[in-house]
Each structure stands twice: as structure tokens, then as C-alpha cells.
Design a protein around this ligand. Sequence first.
Ligand SMILES: *[C@@H]1O[C@H](CO)[C@@H](O)[C@H](O)[C@H]1NC(C)=O
Ligand SMILES: *[C@@H]1O[C@H](CO)[C@@H](O)[C@H](O)[C@H]1NC(C)=O
Length: 254
Amino acid sequence: MEAVLGMLVISAGVSHGLETSCDARENGSQCYGALGGTVYLQLVTDATRYDQLSFLKGSTGAKTEILKTKKDKWVIRDTPIRVHFFINNGTFRLNNTRSTDSGEYLIETFNSVGLASGTRGLQLFIEAPVSSPQLSSECLSHGEMRVFCSSEGDGPQYSWTLDGQTLRDTETSPGEETNTITLKKGLSGNLTCTIRNYISSDTVSRRILPCPGTGFNVFVYFQLAEVFILLAICLGSYCFYKKKTCPQEQDDVE
Ligand SMILES: *[C@@H]1O[C@H](CO)[C@@H](O)[C@H](O)[C@H]1NC(C)=O
Ligand SMILES: *[C@@H]1O[C@H](CO)[C@@H](O)[C@H](O)[C@H]1NC(C)=O
């Protein structure tokens, strides 16, 4: 019963989604939201200061008005169920974000005569959180080990540590982060891969043991195994053939 309750709590937490907030008061702000979560965008310091304010999706060409304020009143034009606006601190809230919410947005403010007093752009990126990281490894010749880290989610960035020390792949240029790393011969310890994107992060750790240092690698073992299987099949067919023919031979003798 306790286990069931725990699972219910976790799934409720997941479906509720992640919350992110972004100060979008500067022109050209870049904001990130978690797919299926809630994103708060502060568009202006105080929306009641403006005679009129418009928040639109799109930059050039076709634009969709999402929200309009007039003095201290606000009206949602588009996606009314998912949107709320806190007029006092100019914060726009969007629930249950979808990937189609990604894109460019415009904030237009107007003065008392109805003339545009300012236009600012903002870019929103909706990302799937990184999840289910996994480690796999293989031994190379000369005792080196190649380790792969994989995950689900948008735009993952990888970093590695061995017993808490940052590792860098010898085969990639400094600063470049990849999902594979080659470890030198004889290294062992607690290997950790950290995966992050703008809205989430996750880690996976595993104790690793040194690879055998001879010229053997996994593929040689596979080839040896194949030879054994072939030998077994040959031996099997030989015996089968013999069992079938031996009685006949005996009959002949009698
Ligand atoms: C804006 O106001 C709302 C409601 O009062 C509050 O929950 C939110 O934290 C505020 N946001 C900022 C950026 O001040
Ligand atoms: C939107 O999300 C906020 C924060 O997660 C929540 O408090 C609010 O009830 C949600 N509104 C709707 C209409 O789902």
C-alpha cells in the first residue's frame, strides 16, 4: 500500500510539471520553459503604468495577439485556458506548455494618445526535460575504455567526473562536450555523467573497473565465441550422423 502511494505522489509531481520564470523586460530576452510545465514571463515592471499593452506571438508577418491590457484591465485574446496575467507586476503565466509555444513574441506599449511608445522582442524555447540517463561502456585495445552516456530530452549537454574530478575526453577539443569519453588504461573509480539543458539536469553514476590491458577486446571474445559455436554445431551434426548410420552398420554385420 505504501509503495502504491509513493508512486502516485511521484506521477502527480511529474504531470504537474516544472515551473520556470524569466525576466523578459530587456529587448531580445531568451526564456526557457519545460514542456508540459508552467512558465512565468515578466514582460514589464507594472502594466498599469501603460495606457495600453499588447503581447503578440510572431515577430514579422502573421502575428497573433495573445493578451491586451487597457489601464488596469486585461483581456486574453488567445489560449485563454492556459494564460493568466498579473497586471501589477506585468507577469504573464502560461500553463501546460507545448512545443508550439516556442517562438518569437512581441511586447508593444502605447501612450495615452494611442501611439506606440515601445516595442520589444522576446524568444521562448520550450524544452523536454532531460531524463533516464544511462551509461554503457566497452573495452578497447590497449586497455582503454570508451563510455557512452545517453538520455532523453532536448539539447542535452554532458559533463563527466571520476571520483569527483572533472574528466575531459582526450579526443575532443577543450570546451566541447560530448556524450562519449575515452578513459586511459588502468583507470577505475566512481564515474558520473551529468546531463543538463536549460530547464533540467540529471546524473548517472557507476563504479568502473579497469579493462584488461592485453590486445584482447570485446570483439575478439565475440569471435572466439563464434568459433566455439561453429565447432559445437559440427560436432553435433557428426554425432547425429553417426547415431543414424551406426545401427544400419550393425544390421549389415548381422
Ligand atoms: C507577481 O505577482 C504574483 C501575484 O501577486 C506573484 O505570485 C508573483 O510572484 C509576482 N511575480 C514577480 C516577478 O514579482
Ligand atoms: C496554472 O499553473 C499554476 C501553477 O502551477 C496553478 O497554480 C494554476 O492553478 C494553473 N491554472 C490552470 C488554469 O490550470
